[in-house]
Design a protein around this ligand. Structure first.
Ligand code: ATP
Ligand code: MG
Length: 418
């Protein structure tokens, strides 16, 4: 499998040439060579060099010391960023997360041997066209195998995240795990349990965003016990529900938050623990947490036949227009027939019926002025009552009709009648 140099962007070659002209060696390494050989789009180009970080900094005009303690300098060249990392060995791992000290100035072969999987441990020198492949990653690429570099149990013991990365790459690349690599996972879960939530979340994100079949990652995670460490709620999910989950996730578009939701749907109706889990075990952003929790709450959509038009509008008001298509999409991915409901939702949104009190043609000031009442909770309640009336009969949404309905709405509120 030759590397097609014409597929390497000129600026990447220029960074390599810059290093070589300064008297160093340079290789393209890791995921980008793997993706290049597979004909997949390359997201970022990582370079390895014999130059020390300060030598990299001296070689290029614009650099940032992004990870200088690990030997990584970011080079800004023609508007793009390239991570240039000094050849390094990792030394001892005592905490199952990161090496105690990194050792710079090793050979390219040694640099490759600290990497996680054979298909990620191939280097290419674009100026000589030499492929460096001490772990037979090319053969595993051909055989579509994820295989740990060296002894899997030892490598998983160094950095617990690698077991999850194995599952993630199986999904993003559509590969199988080598049996020895897979067999080493259960014994490494204690180390995996020490990995920070942020790193776990990042692998989930890549699995969801970059896979045609994210279920491959989830199935490996559950079969090996990785999933139950991250989310103990999956320990008790029944097999039929789990199979439904896997199918649903694969039918959901490759957006992290949507596939995250699809994964959690069968944990409850909705799963009460989602909010805390997303915050504490995943360190999800507030936006992600809110969206996923909201979608989980509404994804069991009512049957179109069970909703008359006012009930449809009330449902839509609860779901919110910005989430409703996500909810429909997830329901459909779960096998529900939502065509009729979706057509009605579309028509309703096109008609522009107000869904919240803020969209009404009258506001709190209008209410206070027309009824001659001071600011109080009642003002909001009157608006709420008006919204209910509009949901019953959208022709009442004009300003005139709303103002005319104010006294009756106020009476409803003060008398507490329905
Ligand atoms: P992707 O394209 O999905 O980002 P990638 O292979 O580039 O895949 P990265 O996480 O960006 O994955 O890592 C870049 C390279 O660094 C990997 O290909 C691998 O060689 C090495 N690497 C990354 N994380 C680890 C790890 N935890 N242990 C060992 N090597 C790793
Ligand atoms: Mg990468």
């Amino acid at each position: 499998m030759p590397v097609d140099v014409s597929q390497i962007p000129i600026p990447v070659l220029e960074v390599c040439t810059g290093l070589v002209d300064a008297g160093f060696r340079a290789w393209i390494v890791g995921g980008c060579i793997r993706d290049l050989l597979m004909g997949r789009p390359v997201s970022d180009w990582d370079l390895a060099t014999s130059a020390l970080p300060e030598e990299v900094q001296r070689t290029f005009r614009r650099t940032f010391p992004t990870g200088i303690e690990h030997g990584t300098v970011t080079v800004l060249h023609r508007g793009e960023r390239y991570e240039v990392t000094t050849l390094r060995g990792d030394g001892e791992y005592s905490d199952g997360r990161r090496p105690d000290a990194v050792q710079l100035g090793v050979s390219i072969e040694e640099d490759l041997s600290r990497r996680d999987f054979t298909v990620n441990a191939i280097a290419f020198d674009p100026l000589t066209s030499d492929v460096v492949d001490p772990w037979a990653g090319l053969a595993d690429l051909e055989a579509r195998l994820i295989r740990a570099v060296g002894d899997p149990a030892e490598r998983f013991g160094e950095d617990g995240l690698r077991v999850l990365r194995a599952a993630r790459f199986a999904a993003t690349l559509g590969f199988e795990l080598h049996p020895d690599t897979r067999a080493a996972i259960p014994g490494s879960l204690g180390t995996f349990a020490k990995v920070t939530p942020e790193r776990v979340h990042e692998e989930w994100r890549k699995a969801f965003e970059k896979s045609a079949e994210p279920s491959r990652a989830l199935a490996i995670m559950r079969d090996t016990g990785i999933l139950q460490i991250t989310c103990p709620a999956f320990t008790s999910i029944d097999e039929a529900a789990w199979r439904a989950t896997l199918a649903r996730v694969d039918r959901t578009p490759p957006e992290h938050e949507l596939r995250m939701t699809a994964t959690l749907i069968d944990l409850g109706a909705p799963w009460e623990g989602a909010d805390v889990w997303l915050r504490e075990r995943m360190r999800a952003s507030n936006h992600e947490r809110k969206r996923v929790v909201h979608l989980l709450e509404h994804v069991r959509v009512p049957a179109s036949e069970s909703l008359d038009d006012p009930a449809l509008r009330r449902w839509l008001a609860k779901v919110e227009a910005r989430w409703v298509y996500d909810v429909l999409l997830l329901a459909r991915a779960g096998g529900a027939d939502v065509d009729a409901l979706e057509a009605r939702v579309r028509a309703e949104l096109d008609a522009g019926t107000p869904l919240s009190t803020g969209e009404l043609a009258v506001n709190g000031k209008d209410v206070m002025r027309a009824l001659d009442i001071p600011p109080s909770r009642k003002v909001g309640e009157v608006l709420g009552r008006l919204l209910e009336r509009v949901h019953e009969d959208p022709t009442l949404a004009t300003r005139e009709a709303l103002l005319a309905a104010l006294p009756a709405a106020y009476r409803d509120v003060t008398e507490g009648t329905a």
